[in-house]
Design a protein around this ligand. Structure first.
Ligand code: ARG
Length: 465
């Protein structure tokens, strides 16, 4: 008696060569159906393309193809309606669907797996899944970029202290600050689009590892599934998951960028800064401290960056030192990959919403910029324009700052005779250079923080979207 017979009805299609069924623990340990059922729609799409090709090259009859098409359509309906019964005994998404197909249409269902293996099947499914995921993520990045532009537009003229080392450095336009994140996201989108290009090749036809003895037409399948071509080496096609690693690397960078922004939102919302308020619907309270309003959404996105970075390392480690060709290790690619997609999707969507709930306290930003001698560089530049070498100008301004500190006032609040102690070249026109607005306005070159530039950058960004 084979394992097939011993196990009764639900045994696996491969159990013919075994003398006993796997133990319960092994069954649970090796099964992937609990998580890879997410691939079902792509699995069905891949099977349809495969079946149509088998018919086109004369391997499947017209009647068999019609039966397969009918059966798979019904299975898709069942899955979408939530009525499909997934069986752990059938290991993974592929065998579950194949068995149901055979139950529905008989022998035609059993012929579907001709010239194919689960190895090229799963590699195809994952690529199709990731391609669709990237398309969705790209749309989400765009929405977030739009939200950024909207806020930036309102605040092209709003002054805030720009920081280096988290110390007040120079005044910048808040809109300019926001556009920095627009740029990061633009590169993130490029990276994802680039990853999509490389992954959009068809593995199907590689079969288990060596190809198949049937006269298949891979280009036809590739075309039907919207791939730009086929994986050119069968061993590589079934075994490498570099495309998933690449995706996770791009995803980790998106999260890293979001985490930087979140960190700033958290800081800015602290009463110590008071630069912004985040609408109540994006915050939560404390169960012990009645006064608290916490920026949880921003903190969580910051925190979730850790798990996405972790998934990247998990996939790199999974792939490391795997000999050719397919190994079961690769089944472990799915959970990290799916969680990366889910985390990124949620984070981008909630971030865009949250930005719509950010209220800016322009007065607090301005006040903070006034307190840190943010225009000291402008005074040095002023002297340089009057012929003082920059290093000397730097020294003179440093003295002026020390002096202002002893008076407990800003540079612009010093009287002209006080300022002239540090350089006789200082004239009345210095005060224009010392204002926050004057400082911003003067940085009007490409990429600078002058409000006119910021507005131009926003217009350009809008066009590019
Ligand atoms: N569930 C498997 C995976 O995710 C499908 C491929 C299994 N192939 C095999 N020869 N056991 O990788």
């Amino acid at each position: 008696m084979s394992a097939n017979e011993k196990a009764g009805g639900k045994s696996k299609p491969w159990s013919g060569r075994f003398s006993e069924p796997v133990t319960d623990l092994v069954k649970r340990f090796t099964a992937s159906v609990a998580f890879d059922q997410r691939l079902a729609e792509f699995d069905i799409g891949g099977s349809l393309a495969h079946a149509r090709m088998l018919h086109a090259v004369g391997i499947l009859t017209k009647t068999d193809l019609a039966a397969i098409e009918r059966g798979l359509a019904q299975i898709l309906d069942e899955i979408r309606a939530g009525g499909f019964v997934w069986s752990l005994d059938l290991e993974d998404v592929h065998l579950n669907i194949e068995r149901r197909l055979t139950d529905l249409v008989g022998d035609a269902g059993k012929r579907l797996h001709t010239a194919r293996s689960r190895n090229d099947q799963v590699a195809t499914d994952v690529r199709l899944y990731l391609r669709a995921s990237i398309d969705h993520l790209l749309a989400l990045i765009k929405s977030l970029q739009r939200a950024l532009l909207e806020l930036a537009e309102k605040h092209a003229e709003t002054v805030m202290p720009g920081f280096t080392h988290l110390q007040v450095a120079q005044p910048v336009s808040f809109g300019h600050h926001l556009l920095a994140y627009f740029e990061m996201l633009a590169r993130d989108a490029q990276r994802l689009a680039d990853c999509r290009k490389r992954l959009n090749k068809l593995p199907l036809g590689a079969a288990a590892l060596a190809g198949t003895s049937f006269p298949i037409d891979r280009l036809m399948v590739a075309k039907e599934l919207g791939f730009d071509g086929v994986c050119e080496n069968s061993l590589d096609a079934v075994s490498d998951r570099d495309f998933a690693i690449e995706f996770c690397a791009a995803a980790a960078l998106v999260m890293t960028h979001l985490s930087r922004f979140c960190e700033e939102l958290v800081l800015w919302m602290s009463p110590r800064f008071g630069f912004i308020d985040i609408a109540d619907r994006f915050c939560t309270g404390s169960s012990i401290m009645p006064q608290k309003k916490n920026p949880d959404v921003a903190e969580l996105i910051r925190g979730k960056t850790g798990r996405v970075n972790g998934h990247l390392v998990a996939l790199l480690t999974l792939m490391k030192a795997q000999p050719l060709a397919y190994n079961k290790d690769n089944q472990e690619d799915k959970e990290p990959l799916f969680d990366t997609v889910d985390t990124l999707t949620m984070s981008l969507a909630v971030f865009a919403e949250m930005l719509g709930g950010v209220k800016v306290n322009a007065a607090a930003m301005r006040e903070a910029a006034l307190q840190g001698y943010a225009t000291a560089t402008d005074l040095a530049d002023y002297l340089v324009k009057k012929g003082v070498p920059f290093r000397e100008a730097h020294e003179a301004v440093a003295q002026a700052v020390r002096f202002a500190e002893t008076r407990n006032c800003g540079l612009a609040e010093l009287r002209l005779p006080d300022l002239r102690q540090f350089s006789p070249l200082i004239g009345k026109d210095v005060f224009e250079a010392l204002t926050l607005e004057g400082s911003m306005k003067s940085r009007s070159h490409l990429g600078g923080t002058a409000p006119t530039r910021v507005k131009a950058a926003i217009a350009k960004a809008r066009k590019g979207l």
